[in-house]
Design a binder for this molecule. Structure first.
Ligand code: FAD
Ligand code: MG
Ligand code: MG
Ligand code: MG
Ligand code: MG
Length: 476
């Protein structure tokens, strides 16, 4: 049923699940894939399940389209429009991928097994088990960097996962409604309406931009007495925001933020986060307390404990703190059966979805080549005539020539508010840098065409239309 005209079922159609449910074939090697983010999902889409048993282990059973997550914090887009179950993404495969919703808590490279833990809400307890692999693909991403600053985990909000966006949205509306509560002092109102963003990378910038749009498009009409008091401040330790972009685009972003009344404090370091204020060090060395209502912390990545523990098993070869050191073929230094990609790996590339997705696709191709090598080796050995042997041998040599990973940069985009975006595009003789409303139109279509499925595409376009016609929802 699933294969008959599946092209017609472009929408998420639960009535047509795949018939076969991911059986392990003992004659095939088993690839265990950790994570269901950009890297792993792109690998899973491209891997040939006729050649391998494929098991994916991830604490969340879905893929999340992170580039549009900042839009979910103010309700421009519904988070449900940005997620897609892994089982759905891999449904067309001739042999099914096996999905295990669990966290990998340990890797034993000697025994070639991983430990998995399922923190199930339903059972109210966690259970632990082991899984054996022939090859392990580590795509667990990274976690939020706090630099060990006190109070960040406790009082700040991150912006990485679905629940982060939901938490920010709830807190934001809570701040506004609490400020509207009768009898609040003017100082308390100012504090509650002060939205602070720490980190001037794309995530921090896009979040501040979305918040600004929400304020101008919706809050001003729904909370006319409060809207003028809402302040947005962005704090960045470096001398400027968006270090990955060109000088011209940084200036453009900073001046757009100025027009939008978003204050940027550069060369300012957060020293401590308290319940109602942050302690910062100003460029002149003095320290200052800034009261806030909502704090969003977006200062980049740090390595997950699982990855750190795995690195500790190879103290000689794993010496880069940023993540798993890999060779040009994404094979982990020190372990020939383990591969790493995306934010979990330490390469010369920035930790982006673009890099992770290309690495995933590349790695799937490598595994295809490895499988055909093995087939050809057997064929060479079994060849009856000299001529046939030579022919197969030449094919084998070709299959053995595995090209290293090559990243092709498609450009960087960042939404900066008021229907404007900036783009650094590696086209033409030099870099094409642009900013403005036309770039925003491009930004939208780029994201739309990059979305994984027709289903997501339809949902996001519908969300955008809904927002334009009806405005954003202000309920908590
Ligand atoms: P992730 O996508 O983070 O996936 C990690 C996966 O591993 C998740 O499924 C997680 O649940 C799972 N996992 C975690 N721990 C374990 C464990 N112990 N065992 C098993 N599984 C585990 N990049 C761009 O190129 N363009 C953008 O516009 C852009 N915008 C972004 C906006 C935001 C708000 C954020 C947060 C990131 C953005 N990025 C963007 C960066 C991009 O999302 C990351 O670089 C990308 O997700 C990295 O892919 P990954 O597969 O390495 O990790
Ligand atoms: Mg991944
Ligand atoms: Mg992801
Ligand atoms: Mg579970
Ligand atoms: Mg990386």
């Amino acid at each position: 049923v699933a294969s008959v005209g599946y092209g017609a079922y472009t929408m998420y159609d639960q009535r047509h699940p795949p018939q076969e449910q991911g059986e392990i074939d003992p004659s095939k090697k088993t690839i265990v894939v950790l994570g269901s983010g950009w890297g792993s999902t792109s690998f899973l889409k491209a891997i040939d399940t006729e050649q391998y048993n494929v098991i994916v282990v991830s604490p969340r059973n879905y893929f999340l389209f992170t580039p549009l997550l900042p839009s979910c914090t103010v309700g421009t887009i519904d988070v449900r429009s940005l997620v897609e179950p892994i089982r759905f993404i891999t449904r067309h495969k001739s042999r099914q991928v096996k999905v295990v919703e669990a966290e990998c808590t340990d890797v034993d490279p000697e025994r070639k097994v991983i430990t998995i833990t399922d923190n199930s809400d339903v059972k109210g307890q966690s259970s632990t088990s082991e899984l054996a692999y022939d090859y392990l693909v580590v795509g667990v991403g990274a976690m939020n960097q706090t630099f060990g600053i006190k109070g960040v985990e406790q009082y700040g909000c991150f912006l990485k996962e679905v629940w982060d966006a939901q938490k920010i949205r709830t807190k934001l509306m809570d701040c506004i409604e609490t400020a509207a509560f009768p009898g609040q002092s003017p100082e308390e109102i100012d504090r509650l309406l002060h939205m602070v963003v720490v980190g001037g990378g794309p995530t921090g910038i896009e979040y501040a931009a979305e918040l600004h749009d929400f304020l101008v498009d919706d809050l001003t009409s729904w909370y006319p007495e409060l809207a003028g008091k809402i302040k947005i401040t962005l704090v960045e330790a470096l001398p400027n925001v968006l270090p990955a972009f060109s000088k011209q685009l940084i200036d453009y972003t900073e001046s757009t933020f100025k027009e939008q009344n978003i204050s940027i404090h550069t060369k300012t370091m957060v020293k401590e986060v308290c319940e109602k204020e942050i302690v910062v060090q100003r460029p002149d060395g003095t320290s200052d307390k800034i009261p806030y209502g909502l704090l969003v912390w977006a200062t980049g990545n740090t390595t997950r404990p699982l990855v750190r523990n795995l690195m500790a098993r190879f103290p000689e070869t794993q010496t880069i703190r940023r993540g798993l050191a890999v060779d040009d073929w994404l094979c982990m230094e020190g372990a020939k059966d383990i591969f790493a990609l995306g934010d979990a790996s330490a390469t010369k590339y920035a930790p982006t979805a673009q890099v992770a997705a290309q690495q995933g696709k590349y790695l799937a191709r490598i595994f295809g080549q490895l499988a055909s090598q093995e087939t050809l080796e057997a064929e060479v050995a079994a060849a009856s005539t000299e001529e046939e042997k030579n022919k197969k041998f030449r094919k084998l040599q070709k299959a053995k020539d595995i090209k290293p990973f090559h990243y092709s940069h498609q450009g960087s985009l960042c939404y900066i508010g008021s229907d404007k975006a900036i783009a650094d595009l590696p086209f033409g003789p030099g870099n094409l840098a642009s900013g403005g409303v036309a770039t925003y139109a491009f930004w939208r279509s780029a994201y739309i065409s990059n979305l994984f499925s027709t289903r997501n595409r339809t949902l996001v376009i519908t969300d955008w239309l809904k927002k334009t016609i009806l405005g954003r929802d202000i309920s908590r």
